[in-house]
Ligand binder design. Structure first.
Ligand code: LLP
Length: 432
């Protein structure tokens, strides 16, 4: 989805999201403020579900990767959209359970789950553990034994596919901390190990090759390698693995330079590869799982800030400082991610200015972007940074003791707070 689908400009020349005036939202709730459009989030869920129905004859499930944005309300929305949920820590699991999310549709990821996390997830009767390594496998089996349970598991496999994305968010290659490798025989070994254990049931295999990926080929190649592996497991052990989880990673448009994938073209292509590989290898078509995070929430979110000092350094650049920064959006500091910015109260004007958006933290690298085209911005303006729905709130921090902003959900002209703004009391609540 493109960011512009939930955005508009009203008669006052103000930017709108989900039919709400962003200048009014900033006035009512203060800045910085995350705003998320519910219809856009739901539309993304529908479009994934429909593409599985259309191209894979409904034999599959889409799990929302909650690391992209996790709070109780988004879990409730995912439940009502019949999505599964990918959690990666006891905190995400707790949030989902607190929201009443059905445990049987929860998949638990992570490369280093603690004993406590494994026990908590077993007690909560979650649907699937995506086991990362032998150490985890053995502990899970023994905890399940102690509790008299059998845990459904899948394995995180590195299919040896190199996706072209930032190296910090690339995960499919052999040199990755996640999962077991195909080409070294490690994956086959762990599968054989699992088949000997009493308290785990091997349901699936999983791969996730990276994030913010724009090409289809790495996904196709990963799908093919995974089916080949499943067929090889059948040949060597006689055991049929039923589920194939191809992870997430679909890129979204942050700026006009990005050409986002359409989910249906992804499903169409990948379904063909899966079906053909299955036919060729006489392997039954698996139940397909996908785990998108960014592409469910990313484009439907924006962040509103108030512009403060504007500093023009002649012949060098103009800094426009905003009242947030790397604490609410660390993505430029971490990955040099580019964003589009709009002066929300001048959204009908042309972008005649170029600025470096600076945060208010004590770090020179605390920027939200450099050389960003924007409407002429002056102190007191409301600045909107677009496509911040994913990996912004969820990666926010209290650095410099800044309070995390509130999250407001908008839909058809109505708005509601779904996460309260942190208060100064919140900042000291654990201090003794
Ligand atoms: N499944 C697994 C196992 C994952 O590790 C991830 C993301 C996803 C699914 C969802 O991927 P998505 O569809 O959102 O690309 N903080 C980084 C992104 C890290 C992604 C981590 N894993 C960023 O801000 O770009």
């Amino acid at each position: 989805m493109k960011q512009s689908e939930c955005l508009g400009v009203n008669e006052q020349g103000h930017l709108t999201i989900g039919g709400c005036d962003t200048v009014e939202l900033a006035k009512e709730y203060g800045t910085p403020l995350y705003v998320l459009d519910e219809s856009g989030v739901r539309a993304a869920c529908t479009s994934y579900r429909q593409s599985i129905e259309r191209f894979y004859q409904g034999k599959g499930m889409v799990c929302y990767a909650s690391k992209a944005f996790c709070c109780k309300e988004i879990c409730r929305i995912m439940d009502s959209e019949q999505m599964g949920l990918d959690v990666v820590s006891e905190g995400e699991l707790y949030t989902a359970l607190q929201a009443g999310f059905p445990p049987e549709r929860i998949c638990f990821h992570g490369n280093n789950k603690t004993d406590h996390e494994l026990r908590y997830a077993l007690e909560s009767n979650i649907g699937l553990f995506i086991v990362d390594n032998v150490y985890e496998l053995e502990r899970l089996n023994s905890f399940a034994h102690e509790m008299g349970k059998k845990a459904a598991i899948s394995f995180r496999i590195k299919p040896g596919v190199d996706a072209h994305t930032h190296e910090f968010i690339r995960t499919g290659q052999i040199d990755s901390k996640f999962g077991v490798a195909l080409e070294t025989g490690e994956a086959m070994q762990i599968v054989k190990e699992a088949l000997k254990l009493e308290n785990v049931i091997l349901k699936g295999v999983h791969c996730h090759i990276g994030s913010q990926i724009f090409e289809l080929e790495p996904f196709e190649l990963a799908a093919q390698r995974m089916i080949e592996f499943m067929a090889q497991v059948k040949e060597e052990t006689g055991y049929t693995i039923e589920q194939l989880d191809l992870g997430g990673g679909f890129g979204i448009c942050y700026t006009e330079k990005d050409a986002a994938l359409r989910y249906d073209s992804y499903m169409e292509k990948v379904s063909v590869v899966v079906k053909e590989s299955c036919e060729r290898l006489h392997f039954p078509q698996p139940f397909m799982m996908l785990e998108p995070g960014r592409s469910i929430v990313g484009s439907s979110g924006i962040t509103l800030y108030t512009a403060g000092a504007i500093k023009e350094i002649p012949d060098i650049r103009t800094y426009a400082a905003i009242d947030g920064g790397m604490t609410d959006n660390p993505r430029y500091a971490l990955y040099q991610s580019e964003y589009e910015a709009i002066v929300a109260n001048k959204a009908d004007q042309p972008k005649t200015m170029v600025v470096t958006l600076a945060g208010k933290c004590c770090e020179s690298g605390d920027l939200l972007g450099e050389n960003m085209p924007i409407q002429p911005v002056t102190s007191g303006d409301i600045v909107a940074v677009l496509s911040t729905g994913a990996y912004n709130y969820s990666m926010a921090s209290n650095y410099n003791r800044l309070c995390r902003p509130a999250v407001v959900m908008v839909k058809d002209g109505a708005c509601r707070v779904i996460v309260k703004r942190e208060s100064l009391q919140d900042l000291v609540r654990n201090d003794l």
